[in-house]
Design a protein around this ligand. Structure first.
Ligand code: COS
Length: 386
């Protein structure tokens, strides 16, 4: 749903210029320094990018899902590390509070997340609980007006920069499974919360992931999201349904950028006396990529509109996440192929994208988890309603 086309066009236009003129020229620097520089962060705050999806009454732009997807197509067209900095505030880091938080929790945290004063992270994954998220073992045991946290979260995006984290923990350690999991807002400066060193990764330098360790950390009972125990796994899954649409849009933006770069390269690079873009085998790779991107864009916009229409999009979100991220991987591979030997050399930039986009098929649920969810939903819903 687009609320006001004119206002949205202004936003999309300024995002396009910001990405093209301010972010793209800094890509190599961010990869080299492993950091998004402060002047860029400040510009992101000024543009309201930390609060794109947070409702307007809490200081955000309140974008609908369709609007968010259109904005993310633009943001996706540069190194994913830039998007990662604002990604958790707009998605999994704030989603639990937006979807299931109490009014008091929203008023306390969302304005600071929307302005970028706070970075928000999402703590679901653990050393022993990745795809099988419901097997998590971090505990949060009630003790008077507090819950006492113990355990370790792993690969937590932006944890080193975060002020607050949405953390899923087991409030009834005697019970296994999803029903004993609750979601909390944890302030990082809580005594007993510590952050590990950023991991060395295959790509996306400038975006950090770290362990978060809880050792008898006492979190106020008022920070239990929605003040309801036992529904934290559902909060996490609802947050991920939306997050998967967001990641799909970023993957599509990245694929567009790689196709743009590969096309330009193919039109300039001459072999056998002519630009390689004149060769039909190169055109086939360009054409397959364009058709792939078009298909992903179309399906994602459809899913986003369905979500805005309050329909259940669990299956559609998984279809989009699976198709868009696998598609992005195919486009990355073809782009490197079109560059030939230069595709393997750092200074051409395409090998960096090739590495950067590999994570899209892993985080917020691997392709195999998306297949599992689609399979389950198909069994539940059927295909044609007969
Ligand atoms: N929206 C709302 N509720 C949901 C839901 C969704 N999308 N998905 C599951 N639930 C509910 C179920 O309805 C069930 O509720 P009841 O107990 O009341 O029936 C409960 O949550 C448990 O769900 P389920 O039985 O499906 O859990 P499983 O452990 O079998 O599997 C999967 C869930 C595999 C789908 C889940 O663990 C998953 O998505 N794993 C990947 C995690 C992930 O993306 N990690 C990335 C880390 S974040 S970067």
């Amino acid at each position: 749903m687009i609320r006001d086309a004119e206002t949205l066009n202004v936003l999309i236009d300024s995002l396009r210029r910001f990405v093209r003129d301010r972010l793209v020229p800094r890509e190599a620097e961010v990869a080299e320094t492993d950091e998004v520089p402060e002047d860029i962060r400040a510009e992101m705050r000024e543009l309201g990018l930390f609060g794109m999806t947070i409702p307007e009454q809490y200081g955000g732009l309140g974008l609908t899902m369709e609007e968010e997807v259109l904005a993310c197509f633009e943001l996706g067209r540069t190194s994913p590390a830039f998007r990662s900095l604002i990604g958790t505030n707009n998605g999994i880091g704030s989603g639990g509070i937006v979807i299931d938080g109490t009014e008091e929790q929203k008023q306390k945290y969302l304005p600071k997340i929307a302005s970028g004063e706070y970075i928000a992270s999402f703590g679901l994954t653990e050393p022993g609980a990745g795809s099988d998220a419901a097997s998590l073992t971090t505990t949060a045991v009630r003790d008077g007006d507090h819950y006492v946290f113990n355990g370790t979260k792993r690969f937590i995006t932006n944890a080193d920069l975060a002020s607050v984290l949405t953390v899923m923990a087991r409030t009834d350690p005697s019970k296994r499974g999803a029903g004993a999991i609750s979601a909390f807002i944890v302030e990082k400066n809580t005594p007993g919360v510590s952050i590990g060193k950023p991991e060395k990764k295959m790509g996306q330098q400038g975006a950090h992931i770290c362990d978060v360790i809880f050792e008898n950390a006492r979190v106020p009972a008022g920070n239990l999201i929605g003040l309801k125990e036992g529904v934290g796994f559902k909060t996490a899954m609802k947050t991920l349904d939306k997050g998967r649409l967001h990641i799909s849009a970023i993957a599509i933006g990245a694929a567009e950028r790689m196709l743009h770069d590969a096309l330009n390269y193919a039109m300039e690079r001459k072999q056998f006396g002519q630009p390689i873009s004149d060769f039909q085998l190169v055109q086939a790779m360009l054409a397959d990529s364009q058709a792939d991107i078009y298909a992903a864009r179309t399906m994602l916009l459809d899913a986003a509109r369905k979500r805005d229409d309050k329909q259940d999009v669990t299956m559609e979100a998984s279809c989009c996440k699976m198709f868009a991220t696998e598609m992005c991987g195919r486009v990355a591979d073809r782009a490197v192929q079109i560059y030939g030997g230069a595709g393997y050399i750092s200074e051409y930039g395409i090998e960096r994208f090739y590495r950067d986009v590999r994570i899209f098929r892993l985080y917020e649920g691997t392709t195999q988890i998306q297949q599992l969810i689609i399979g389950r939903e198909l069994k539940r819903r059927g295909v044609m309603g007969w």
